[in-house]
Design a protein around this ligand. Structure first.
Ligand SMILES: NC(=O)c1ccc[n+]([C@@H]2O[C@H](COP(=O)([O-])OP(=O)(O)OC[C@H]3O[C@@H](n4cnc5c(N)ncnc54)[C@H](O)[C@@H]3O)[C@@H](O)[C@H]2O)c1
Length: 312
């Protein structure tokens, strides 16, 4: 089996490349290295890497030749960045998905694409389930909803086997702590390790269903092996236990690192939703997805990795 991984040099894509190689797949990675790095790919030296932009349909078509499955992870992945650059976000996330679908149709390949819990926006009830009406509240969330709808249209219209996975706050080793758009887990760990005061947007009671990287990778592998009942669907890929507030995340991180830090509270950020918590029953029923790594254990592993990495 040959797999194309877009966003291969990024956080999730690089873990996926490694896992696919251990499963015996031949792996082609595609990335423009705008966020990803060679360093991330060190654990997947057997992967063939094509450097290029998703919006370059010709190059993507060449990279996808002979692939049975495309794991589409590349994209602009930050809500604040999408507010700053809405046109770029839409271009990369939506036209990028269109290009992936066009080559998948040609190659008769399965497409497992990365969507996001942000498509739910603020809902009246928790946990969030796939029957809820999406209420995106940022260009990023809107682009991910469009990606899902394109996937559904290609299944209904052309029989391209697609499934979109709504990831819930993925964290783990290799997530970039120094990016301008770094997310909360590596930011808190770095603050605790360096003694800097961590920034909390708003009161810190906003909560997230943090999902450990290994569970997300497993979700992708299972989705690629799904059957006809799954194509054209969206599935929640979350931690599936309880949501963790940002305040609790900081106190857990402080405990595990032995640090004592006082946060700085800044105004809430535009586009952020208040609570996310996944109901993963559909993913369990259709693909056998059961998240395994609890937040305490996942944080411990991530702290260990940041401590050992050259920039940690
Ligand atoms: N990390 C999370 O918590 C999370 C949550 C929900 C959804 N997602 C989605 O999962 C996917 C992977 O996220 P990640 O956390 O690994 O992010 P990441 O930024 O580490 O990886 C994305 C990769 O895509 C590449 N890329 C960006 N634009 C490109 C383009 N035009 N052409 C080719 N490559 C391009 C980047 O260089 C990077 O390597 C993204 O689509 C993101 O929106 C992530």
């Amino acid at each position: 089996m040959r797999a194309l991984v877009t966003g291969a040099a990024g956080f999730i894509g690089s873990h996926l490349c490694y896992r696919l190689l251990t499963e015996g797949y031949e792996v082609v990675g595609f990335d423009d290295f705008s966020e990803g790095s060679e360093e991330n790919l060190a654990s997947a030296p057997e992967a063939m890497i094509v450097e290029g932009d998703l919006r370059d349909a010709e190059l993507l078509t060449r990279a996808a030749q002979g692939c049975h499955v495309i794991f589409h992870q590349a994209g602009i992945r930050s809500v604040p960045k999408s507010i700053e650059f809405p046109r770029l976000t839409t271009d990369v996330n939506v036209i990028g998905m269109l290009n992936v679908l066009l080559v998948a149709r040609e190659e008769k390949a399965i497409v497992v694409s990365a969507s996001s819990s942000s498509v739910y926006g603020d809902q009246e009830e928790l946990p969030l389930h796939e029957e809820m009406h999406p209420k995106p509240r940022s260009p990023y969330a809107a682009s991910k909803l469009a990606l899902e709808i394109y996937g559904q249209a290609w299944w209904r219209g052309f029989g391209v086997r697609t499934v979109s996975l709504r990831y819930f706050n993925v964290y783990g080793p290799r997530q970039n702590p120094s990016s301008q758009y770094a997310v909360v887990v590596p930011r808190f760990i770095m603050a605790c390790l360096t003694g800097e005061r961590p920034e909390i947007h708003g009161d810190g009671d906003q909560a997230r269903d943090f999902t450990y990287i290994d569970d997300v990778v497993e979700g992708n592998i299972l989705a690629a092996r799904a059957g006809d009942r799954t194509w054209g669907r969206v599935l929640n890929i979350g931690g599936g236990r309880t949501a963790t507030s940002v305040n609790r995340l900081l106190s857990l991180t402080s405990e595990l690192t032995g640090a004592s830090v006082e946060p700085i509270h800044t105004p809430p950020r535009a586009g952020d939703v208040r609570f996310t918590q996944a109901n993963v029953a559909r993913a369990e029923a259709l693909i056998g997805y059961v998240p395994k790594v609890a937040i305490e254990e996942g944080l411990r592993r991530t702290i260990e990795w940041i401590r050992q990495s050259p920039s940690g």
